[in-house]
Design a protein around this ligand. Structure first.
Ligand code: NAD
Length: 357
């Protein structure tokens, strides 16, 4: 079977990590007899340089016409002078909107061999961590009304509206329950229902949805408590489902617990549209072009693409197992280096993962 993948390498280390992910995808294609076709398009700073805009229509069209999108990272100091609406990072918002990607999936997992990189005590982590954060991506306060107004007395007032409709909550809750039913069967819904009406609706709808998933246990948690529990008892969590702003904050907190920004993938999914898969890190201009970056997050993003967009669980497992074996052998990139391990460059790390597939 043929799969068309739109590839958006982006800026900084984007092209380097995407190159390694494509090498790995090609190996999977060969091993399992799939044909992956790639269409490379520009977004972010690279598109500003070439076309004068961060998200050209041709890029949006190519992404819409694909089966999935693989993205590196966008942005960098070269485009710091560009005005707000045209900044490279705006390409991400534009793509999410154009593709209707309302569910952002961010796994926060600790690879056993990298447990030392976590800032938390080994006694709290007990050797591992595997949380999936499901963040609503196209609603809530980031997309509500934003107003700054001046009063007659010279005072200035600003407000932003947090707004959720039942159907928006239903579809993200469904994503979370489906994911949990394939994992450890637990969903924690995070809100601020003691204060916010939007959260009270959130809690009500998620509760109603849970009756369709008898095999999944649901608990509700206020966001302030969730922020504490992620540090105090992260093993409490399996799947966390939450709104856009709470998810933004909690997913960054959870990724820091793993201590390895170069290892974490993400997926953004909609309904009936291609999903977007990208590492959680940025374009790391400080280390771009030196062949020292860690390509694993992008390679694991490709694994998420196989699992969630193409239904290839075995192939995704093959990539994730290969990453584990490489770590087991003591192979590392500079960001994860520890005593007694061997330090590889970006290309060599891609090759090492490839060799295990
Ligand atoms: P960053 O994630 O690019 O880098 C943070 C730190 O982590 C840096 O020290 C970097 O060297 C290191 N790092 C990141 N990825 C790594 C990897 N794969 N291997 C080894 N080390 C890695 O975040 P930043 O420095 O805040 O942002 C740099 C640029 O990226 C900015 O222009 C920002 O707007 C953009 N950005 C883009 C995205 C995206 O495209 N999704 C996300 C975040 C930031």
């Amino acid at each position: 079977m043929k799969y068309n993948i739109a590839v958006v390498p982006g800026d900084g280390i984007g092209p380097e990590v995407v190159g390694e992910a494509i090498k790995v995808l090609n190996a999977i294609g060969q091993k399992y007899n799939h044909q992956f076709n790639y269409t490379t398009v520009l977004a972010g700073g690279a598109a500003i340089d070439e076309y004068g805009e961060c998200l050209p229509e041709a890029t949006v069209e190519a992404c819409k016409n694909s089966d999935a999108v693989l993205l590196g990272a966008v942005g960098g100091p070269k485009w710091d002078h560009v005005p707000g609406p045209q900044r490279p990072e705006r390409a991400l918002l534009g793509l999410r909107k154009a593709l209707g990607l309302y569910a952002n999936l961010r796994p926060a997992m600790i690879f056993q061999e990298l447990a030392d990189a976590s800032p938390l005590k080994p006694s709290i982590l007990d050797g591992g961590l595997d949380i999936l954060i499901v963040r609503e991506l196209t609603g809530g306060i980031y997309f509500g009304e934003h107003v700054t107004e001046s009063g007659e007395d010279g005072s200035v007032t600003a407000y932003d509206v947090e707004k959720y409709s039942d159907y928006e909550i239903q579809r993200i809750a469904r994503t979370a329950f489906e994911m949990a039913s394939k994992r450890n069967g637990r969903v924690t819904s995070v809100d601020k229902a003691n204060v916010l009406d939007s959260s009270r609706l959130w809690r009500k709808i998620v509760g109603e949805m849970s009756s369709d998933y008898g095999n999944v246990e649901l608990d509700n948690m206020y966001v302030d408590n969730a922020a504490m529990q992620l540090i105090r008892d992260p093993k409490h969590f399996d799947v966390i489902v939450t709104g856009n702003m709470f998810g933004d904050i909690l997913s960054d907190e959870a990724s820091q617990i793993t201590g390895s920004i170069g290892m974490l993938p993400s997926a953004s999914l909609g309904t009936g549209n291609p999903g977007l898969f990208e590492p959680i890190h940025g374009s790391a201009p400080d280390i771009a072009g030196k062949d020292i970056v860690n390509p694993t997050a992008c390679i694991l993003s490709a694994a998420m693409m196989l699992r969630y967009s193409f239904g290839m669980a075995e192939e995704a497992d093959a990539i994730e197992n290969a990453v584990n074996k490489v770590l087991d052998k003591g192979l590392r990139t500079a960001d994860n280096m520890s005593e007694g391990c061997t330090c590889l460059g970006c290309t060599a790390m891609g090759d090492a993962i490839l060799a295990e597939i």
